[in-house]
Write a protein that binds this ligand. Structure first.
Ligand SMILES: NC(=O)c1ccc[n+]([C@@H]2O[C@H](COP(=O)([O-])OP(=O)(O)OC[C@H]3O[C@@H](n4cnc5c(N)ncnc54)[C@H](O)[C@@H]3O)[C@@H](O)[C@H]2O)c1
Ligand SMILES: O=P(O)(O)OC[C@H](O)CO
Length: 332
């Protein structure tokens, strides 16, 4: 009998839960790390995550929840990181520098390590010595909530090693998930970070009562911002119309499930950052991402009006109305 692939999934939120569903239904041996021991206990007893996507049931023959990170990683060939970027360092704090040796790391995170302003793949390489060709990222427009409902979804697996990416695609493919490999790993990773900022801006505008007409112009203008930033950091002929770029931007900017748009909408309606965060129970990566991209861009000096506006609103206490007025005059 063929041995099952051993996959460790790190994180207890919606995306980790959705990925565990996909992988375990494909009969992989999934070791699932959640930081909260009560959630682990609940999963072991009732077979579902009490906090996120709680309607998804797991077959505990294939899913092994634990709050012990080293135990979870022990025999895994693949490790999927699905913790919000701001908490990645804290989650991995107890691990030795060679804790991922011999494993393939797959980042499902769409954010950057704050302060260091590093992509997750760069962080894993610099802090844990995981070579670039042993890493993949999960990109594409895919909300965990729709995976839970088994709605048709598309994922792109970015990697410098396309054979490895193709293997991982195979672990994901099912009746409602299509997956394709792509070699522009840094491009899709940065694009996933910036689209969260754009969705936050769309939410802010919506909260200020701007309509679909304005949002469409915001999203079209944002493509230029993304393209210029990517070209400044890593020039490459890439097709931004692809679903891993434009598709991901659109789903986050328009979907009712979007954390970033929801967060922005609250800010536009006058919530403080703190109160919006408390109300959400979920993490809007764009809040942290805008600081990283803004700071990083001090070196590259790309014109990024939407990023600047969101940064000024969230970190410089400029009124959302003032910043959106500035954008209104700039957009074409
Ligand atoms: N949800 C999606 O549809 C989706 C899709 C693709 C990628 N992602 C990415 O997956 C990553 C995980 O996001 P998510 O959507 O699963 O999260 P979520 O918003 O559903 O849940 C929040 C997660 O953050 C954790 N958390 C909150 N406060 C914390 C703290 N102080 N310390 C440590 N952990 C804390 C919670 O335990 C929970 O696991 C993000 O980078 C996100 O961009 C999410
Ligand atoms: O749309 P958000 O803000 O919930 O982010 C989730 C994913 O990035 C969608 O692909």
């Amino acid at each position: 009998m063929q041995e099952l692939e051993k996959i460790a999934v790190l994180g207890g939120g919606s995306w980790a839960t959705a990925l565990v569903k996909i992988l375990s239904e494909n009969k992989a041996d999934v070791r699932w790390w959640l930081r909260n021991p009560d959630d682990v206990h609940h999963l072991q007893q009732y077979g579902h995550n009490p906090r996120y996507l709680s309607g998804v049931r797991f077959d505990l023959n294939f899913v092994h929840p634990s709050s012990n990170l080293e135990e979870t990683l022990k025999e895994a060939d693949w490790v999927i990181l699905a913790v919000p970027a701001a908490f990645v360092q804290e989650a991995l704090a107890g691990l030795p520098a060679d804790g991922f040796q011999g494993k393939t790391l797959v980042s499902a995170v769409k954010g950057m390590i704050p302060k260091e302003n590093l992509l997750i793949t760069d962080f894993l390489e610099q802090h844990f010595g995981v070579p670039a060709d042993r890493q993949c990222v999960i990109a594409g427009p895919c909300h965990a909530e729709e995976v839970a409902l088994e709605k048709q979804s598309y994922l792109t697996i970015g990697s410098h090693d396309l054979e490895r990416a193709e293997k991982f695609c195979d672990l994901l493919r099912n009746r409602y998930v299509k997956a394709n490999p792509l070699d522009d790993i840094d491009g899709v990773e940065y694009c996933a970070v910036i689209k969260n900022i754009i969705a936050l801006a769309c939410g802010i505008a919506h909260g200020l009562n701007y309509g679909d007409n304005f949002q469409a112009v915001m999203v079209s203008n944002s493509l230029e911002e993304i393209e210029h930033f990517l070209d400044a950091l890593m020039p490459l002929h890439r097709d931004l119309k692809g679903s891993a770029y434009l598709g991901d931007l659109l789903v986050t900017a328009y979907s009712q499930f979007s954390r970033n748009r929801t967060f922005g909408n609250m800010i536009g309606r006058g919530y403080t950052v703190k109160s919006a965060q408390v109300e959400m129970n979920m993490v809007a990566e764009g809040y942290y991402a805008v600081k990283s991209i803004y700071e990083l861009n001090q070196k590259y000096k790309v014109e990024m009006p939407i990023t600047t506006a969101v940064y000024n609103i969230l970190y410089e206490q400029v009124s959302p109305g003032v910043e959106i007025d500035i954008l209104k005059e700039k957009f074409r």
